[in-house]
Every structure is written in C-alpha cells, then in structure tokens.
Design a protein around this ligand. Sequence first.
Ligand code: TXA
Ligand code: MG
Length: 338
Amino acid sequence: MRTEHLTEKDIQRAADLLRSGGLVGIPTETVYGLGANGLDAEAVRRIFLAKGRPQDNPLILHIPSADWLERYCQHVPPAAYALAERFWPGPLTMILPRKPLVPDAVTAGLDTVGMRCPDHPVTRAIIRAAGVPVAAPSGNSSGRPSPTTAGHMLEDMEGKIDAIVDGGPCAVGVESTIIDLTCMPPRLLRPGGVTLEQLRAVLGEVAVDSAVTRLMGAGERPRAPGMKYRHYAPKAPVTVVTGEPERSAACIARNLEAGDGVICFDEFAERFAGHTVEKLGPASDKAEQARRVFDALRAFDSTGVKAIWAQCPDPSGLGLAVSNRLNKAAGFHIIQAP
Ligand code: TXA
Ligand code: MG
C-alpha cells in the first residue's frame, strides 16, 4: 500500500494486516518503522528475518497514548508520566519493567521493554484500530541507514513485507531518544529528537551511557543492545571531523583526495567543488542536519566514492544525536580539527 492521500479505509487495511500477523511499514516523526503485532511472537520473528536483525537486539513497542503503558509495563514510576506529559506523542522511548504478556521475541529475553508513543496521527490511528501495541524497529535492512521516506524503506524491504503506509517524509529524521528509567539516575541510551538538556529539565540528573560517545569493545555490553552494532554504515569508510565549522572545513580540504566524497554544512559546499558533496544543512540549523543526515549517508551508496569526510556539529542540543549518527557511521573514526 502506497498512497499519498490516506483514507479511513487505508488505516483499516493496515490495522487488519497487523492483526493478522502481517508486516507493515509505518510512518513516524523520527524514521519509518517496520511494524508487527507486538503481542504475536511469530509476527515479531518475521521482523527479524526481513531486516536480517540479530536476535539479541530487542524491539520497542509503539502505543497511541500513555494510558496504554500499564497494559504492558509494571512499576511505572512517576518520572515516566512526567516525561509522557511533556514529550508524548514525540521522539522519546522509555525503558520500563515489562509485564509477562510481552513476548520474549520482542524484548530479546530482557525483563524490560522500550515504550514509545509516536507523533504521527496516521500511525497512532492504525495502532488504535489494530487494538494491539506495534513492535517496530527502524525500517531499514540491518546495518543500513534508517529510512526517512517510504521510498527509502521500499529500497530495503520490497518483496519482504506486506505494505508500506506512505505518510510523507519524517519530520525529525533520526530515531527516538531512549531513556532507561529502570536505573538511578535515569540513563540516556540513545540521543534523538528529545535532547539531553530537555530530559534534565524534567528529571534532574541524567547519566549518559558510554555507548553514545565511544566505540564499544568486543566484550562490552551496552544497555541498549543495538548500540553495539556498526549502524548507519555507507559502503565507503567515513571520517568525522569535529571542531568549529571553518576549521573542520579547512581540515577536510587538506586531507581530501580525488574520488573522495564530502558531507558538509551548506555554507562550505562550494569549497569542495569537483567532489561528490552531500549538504547537511546550515551550520546553525541542527534540526535540518538531523533531517538530512541519513539521506546524506544513504546517497553515497549510489556513487563510487572511495572515502567520505563529514563535518560534524557540536554536541549541544540536537547536535548530540546528529554527531552520534555520524560517529557510528564512521565506526567512531573521528578527527578533531586543529
Ligand atoms: O524512532 C524510533 O525509535 C524508531 C521508530 C520506528 O519508532 N525505532 C527504532 O527502533 O529506532 P530500533 O529497533 O531501530 O532501535 C531501538 C533501539 C535498539 O538499539 C535496541 O537495542 C534498543 O532500542 N532497545 C530496545 N528495547 C530495549 C530494552 N528493553 N532495553 C534497552 N534497549 C532497548
Ligand atoms: Mg534501527
């Protein structure tokens, strides 16, 4: 199913597919998701097959409102409701203790489950019509950049799933922020559209998991199992250059070789004429950078570039999410511009 003007009937069809064990691509404000009935272990297993996803990487459950939390979670702390009140529907996933009815196939056997209420009216309507929570990872093949349009999701999933609901391009562009509420202080597991500063304004102290800012060693187990995989990887190796934009651009210009590609802020694109350039957005506009980052990484796969050099924003606000995605694409191969 790909329709520009979604009707009540389309929503019913998507809900029916989910209820009958199908796999449906769903639009959200962050990235497209690959949804299945989160209470149907068999359907959930098919998600892993379609993505080629490692079995030890748990899925999150999507619900239409915070009043569904207690159906699937227990010991829900007041902090969860405070966050839901402030940020839901929106790009925030909370890790909470699960109830036994949530299948092991969803949680990869963990006793916690990630809960998210997406800010896309069509997807919330589909979940309500289905009457079940929707388990959905990002709709890319495992290891590829997350899809921010229905077309991108089709590239990865054509022939492997039952439908994609086209709800337009994603407004945020990077996956949801994940906060673990089962530990004290609460811990940021993945930066996203809700910033660390915004979380601290509600919760006070928030720890940042080390997987956010550095490469995990072979024997290490990050709290969000997915953070240990080399994600968002284009085919060519990526080097991230941090520092003040003028300096990072100069550093890239010095190192760039013929046949290399560049991801840069709009202001610097002309400086790299003759190379394949993907613009990340204006240096001062991190929201645009978040919307662009996966498209930029994905775009290089249809080119023959040998290596990719990427300018990177500072880590404040949305910059933490943008830089995390670039750094992961680079396998944390990062140069600080002198
Ligand atoms: O924005 C998003 O969150 C998108 C859209 C579709 O909602 N979904 C998404 O799902 O990004 P996925 O599966 O690509 O990423 C979920 C991350 C993985 O890194 C996984 O390891 C982690 O959440 N996760 C899931 N359940 C967890 C749990 N119980 N404890 C810790 N981490 C968990
Ligand atoms: Mg993903």
